[in-house]
Design a binder for this molecule. Structure first.
Ligand SMILES: Cc1cc2nc3c(=O)[nH]c(=O)nc-3n(C[C@H](O)[C@H](O)[C@H](O)COP(=O)(O)OP(=O)(O)OC[C@H]3O[C@@H](n4cnc5c(N)ncnc54)[C@H](O)[C@@H]3O)c2cc1C
Length: 481
């Protein structure tokens, strides 16, 4: 860019922000020192992004205006919810963009108990929605560890999974309709509130898991359900991931309707929870720890049903030991171990993170191949195998030796990531089970799924012909990685 062009571009950008500030109020546009790390970094402070401004519209009309003005000025738009996403989708490395924060789009417009649906703005935090629904004896079926920050728009845009997928499905299965603002500012809605609405395919569903590349989700109509009235939680020790799988099979055959969560953690993961709370001690010792939850809307004796199922699993030798929580407080404490270890990884520092899936029957093989690879090729690194076993979803993380400098760990970490990717593909698995593609996996996506990549690119062209919506996320930009 020549000097004159640069001066023109700076003047245009200044003009854009002054127009936006006029329309949205000074609180709606943050520039310079007002752009804090809260916006530019991800949850774990692992990835830092940059931007020209943070723009915080408070209504669909304002989002529409922002998109139209930015498109006209050729400035890219990176939508951002609670920035808990783990693949860098809401952080732009180059900074020639605005961050469109949905923070102020936080109204719950409707909760309809007869229709079992709700209409919420994109910036509503998942936990706030759950609280409002619980007050009415209702619930939303997605449960993730980041629910205190993650927003509905983020959940939809990443098609988030979480701990209830085996019972309730991923976010996509809860979306009845969406309101989407396209790059040119047009507002398109498929929100009818109808459970059955087969008037042709809904093109807006491309935004589910679309990671902001197709438009800004401003509202969602979500399927909800009655709140559970009985539940039971158990912590089980197994000798291996193979035995944990046998336990899952056993529980499914006898209690499929009420089995609402089945989470696994290798023993090496548990000390990590103590980075968050030093008093988090597992109630038993075993090579593999399993959290099992039964839930129902009926008043069922789930504690005794779960106890009986576990007793027979112990007789058959695929469970070594088990503790059934005697109160809600005890159940919460058991869940804190599972949730704590995720935060513990971040508190410990840089680590390799993965989110892979294989067909359920191959999960034990995936764990042993990945752990063997780390032990033989990268001695000193600590394997962390945990995840949503009920969905064949494994988070295989690798912690560098504590004495290793971060720069060296990051460089080796890239090679470990590639090895994880290779092993999972050999097992016909997926290198992204629930976190999405974002920026960190966009290169792999293009490399391994060229037909899907090419078709998505064509569809993107219809939604965003100028390519201003979250460039480089999901679909890498030409010449990029
Ligand atoms: C402790 C922890 C536990 C987690 N557990 C799980 C888990 O169990 N399962 C799981 O699936 N994920 C999990 N995650 C990942 C993350 O929480 C989810 O991906 C979540 O859905 C992201 O929501 P967010 O509002 O933070 O989105 P952000 O991180 O802000 O954004 C994520 C992506 O969506 C886009 N986006 C956000 N809002 C919009 C919008 N309104 N319109 C268009 N695009 C938008 C962004 O551009 C970005 O590409 C976890 C994360 C943490 C930190």
């Amino acid at each position: 860019m020549g000097k004159t062009e640069l001066a023109d571009s700076v003047r245009d950008t200044k003009m854009l922000f002054s127009r936006l500030a006029k329309a949205l109020g000074s609180n709606g546009v943050l520039t310079g020192a007002h752009i804090t790390e809260t916006y530019t970094s991800d949850w774990g402070k692992d990835r830092m992004g940059r931007c020209l401004a943070v723009v915080r519209p408070a209504s669909t009309e304002e989002v529409s205006l922002v998109c139209r003005l930015c498109s006209d000025a050729g400035v890219s738009i990176v939508p951002q919810g609670g920035h808990t996403g783990l693949v860098g989708g809401a952080q732009h490395p180059d900074g020639d963009c605005i961050l469109l924060s949905t923070q102020r789009l936080n109204t719950i417009h409707q909760i309809d108990p007869d229709n079992l649906s709700c209409i919420v703005e994109a910036g509503v935090v998942l936990e706030s929605l759950q609280t409002s629904l619980a007050e009415r004896g209702l619930q939303f079926g997605v449960s993730i560890g980041s629910q205190g920050s993650a927003q509905i728009g983020g959940l939809v845009s990443t098609n988030a999974g979480g701990v209830r997928v085996l019972h309730q499905g991923m976010t996509a299965s809860h979306v009845l309709g969406l309101e989407l603002v396209l790059a040119d500012g047009s507002v398109v809605s498929s929100i009818s509130g109808l459970h059955k609405d087969n008037r042709g395919p809904d093109p807006l569903r491309i935004a589910i898991g679309g990671e902001g590349a197709f438009g800004v989700v401003t509202k969602a109509c979500l399927r909800i359900s009655p709140q559970w009235t009985s539940s039971a939680t158990a912590y089980v020790g197994c000798a291996s991931f193979g035995d944990a799988l046998a336990l899952l099979r056993h529980l499914r055959m006898g209690a499929h309707e009420v089995l609402s969560a089945f989470e696994v953690m290798s023993d090496a993961c548990l000390p990590l929870a103590r980075y968050v709370d030093p008093t988090l001690i597992p109630p038993l010792t075993a090579p593999v720890h399993v959290l099992v939850e039964f839930c129902s809307t009926m008043q069922l004796p789930l504690d005794s049903l779960l106890e009986a199922a576990l007793a027979s699993a112990m007789e058959d030798d695929f469970a070594q030991d088990a503790v059934v929580a005697k109160s809600d407080a005890q159940a919460k404490r058991l869940w804190a171990l599972r949730e704590g270890l995720v935060e513990g990884h971040s508190r410990r520092g840089y680590h390799v993170r993965s989110d892979v899936s294989v067909r359920l029957g191959r999960l034990p093989e995936a764990v042993s191949s990945l752990e063997a690879m780390l032990a033989t090729e990268y001695p000193g690194w600590i394997a962390q195998s945990y995840g949503h076993l009920g969905d064949g979803n494994l988070h295989f993380n690798a912690l560098p030796p504590e004495s290793m400098a971060e720069a060296e760990a990051r460089s080796i970490g890239t090679r470990i990531e590639q090895r994880i990717f290779d092993i999972v593909l050999e097992l016909d698995g997926s290198f992204s089970a629930e976190h999405g593609i974002g920026r960190t996996k966009a290169g792999w996506f293009r490399q391994t799924m060229p037909e899907r990549f090419e078709l998505l690119g064509r569809i993107k062209g219809a939604f965003d012909p100028g390519g201003v919506m979250n460039p480089g996320c999901l679909l890498p930009v030409e010449g990029g990685s």
